[in-house]
Design a protein around this ligand. Structure first.
Ligand code: WQD
Length: 337
């Protein structure tokens, strides 16, 4: 298939580009590089040995996006473009609502104008309400999100659901849990802008000496070691779920939603320990206060994606930590030369 990837130069987008290209699909990418760099696509081409068409534009620029969709005529659009930090969204809610909602409105209007009929949307486990008891299933209550980031994802899902029904766009929504790790080559990985918001990138910067210690945001939660539990999933397992989703929308009409996680909880301190074992590095940490917007327990019931998409997780926590550390060691300054 000819697939257009919004946000394709980002951490998750670049890994999806590798998985789809390696599976023989033709990929074009739209990215404004607000949270990524063109070098990531050079690396994707190096890994896959294939050319990737790159369009530098902001997905909220509907006119430019419509021109690109008209020229590329994709069989399917995978929509990853968006701001994605829980912590930052609490501090800058207006930036998150303005950007994330507008990317989806602009894309749907462009798809309507150009008659594109298939969509895969990158959503998040943060759409599940705070009161859900894990493992989360797709039918559990959504909304009552704990942070603005989660609300923007939930609102985008609502907009998509109403529009694709009317426009008859075959759609899959993938609710990501915590993507972690990097491609085995160490050529692509997560490069946070400035101070890392997410746990693994922060651990990596402590491991390579750029940060003095990790601050654990609270150890007074009602969990075995007092720290929050998440469902960390290797970014390549997540990327491969998009391959299954693209194949699914090619064969099926309507809209469907799938949780994409490993289905296994891992606490902050358990991830620190797993990283120390995998990397043979010591991670100094201090216990700090809780972070606004955090939820104690989030992990997936992945049975629907396994049964309906035919998707399986193949990589565990140790491989995530090894591959993340491999990326960090090979790219101590990220993608900068
Ligand atoms: C994980 C845990 C923190 C940093 C992420 C993505 C979001 C979405 C959901 C896809 C929490 C703790 C963190 C630190 C810490 N993914 N922590 N010290 O908040 O689950 O959200 O997954 O849609 O895009 O951001 O991930 O890595 O920020 O935090 O103690 O320096 O690690 O409190 O319990 P989160 P995270």
């Amino acid at each position: 298939m000819n697939i257009l990837l919004t946000g394709g130069a980002g951490y998750i987008g670049s890994h999806i580009a590798v998985a789809l290209t390696d599976a023989g699909h033709r990929i074009s990418i739209v990215d404004n590089f607000v949270n990524s760099v063109p070098e990531a696509i050079v690396r994707v081409e190096k890994i896959t040995g294939k050319n990737i068409v790159l369009h530098k534009t902001d997905v909220t620029d509907r006119e430019d996006l419509t021109r690109i969709l008209h020229d590329e005529k994709p069989d399917c659009v995978i929509h990853c473009a968006g701001l994605k930090s829980v912590g930052e969204s609490v501090k800058k809610p207006l930036k998150y609502y303005r950007n994330n909602i507008n990317t989806t409105l602009s894309l749907l209007e462009s798809m309507k104008e150009t008659g594109i009929e298939r969509l895969v949307f990158s959503s998040s486990a943060t759409v599940y309400g705070e009161d859900n008891i894990p493992p989360f299933t797709e039918t559990m209550p959504k909304g009552r999100c704990a942070n603005p980031y989660g609300w923007t994802k939930w609102m985008q899902e609502q907009i998509i659901e109403d529009v694709v029904k009317q426009l008859k766009i075959s759609t899959v929504i993938l609710r990501y849990f915590n993507p972690t790790g990097a491609h085995k080559s160490g050529l692509i990985g997560e490069e946070p802008n400035g101070l890392p918001n997410n746990l693994m990138p922060y651990i990596l910067q402590v491991a390579d000496g750029r940060r003095e210690h990790l601050t654990v945001f609270g150890d007074d939660y009602n969990t075995p070691d007092g720290t929050c539990r998440r469902d960390y999933i290797h970014v390549m397992d997540l990327a491969e779920a998009h391959l299954k989703a693209a194949e699914y929308v090619e064969k099926n009409k309507g809209l469907d939603v799938f949780n994409i996680g490993r289905g296994i909880p891992c606490s902050v301190l358990e991830l620190v320990k797993a990283f120390e074992e995998a990397s043979e590095q010591t991670i100094k940490y201090e216990i700090g206060s809780r972070r606004d917007g955090d939820v104690q327990d989030i992990w997936a019931d992945t049975s629907k994606a396994e049964e309906v998409l035919g998707w399986q997780v193949h990589r565990g926590i140790n491989e995530m930590c090894q591959d993340a550390w491999n990326w960090q060691k090979k790219n101590p300054a990220g993608y900068a030369k």
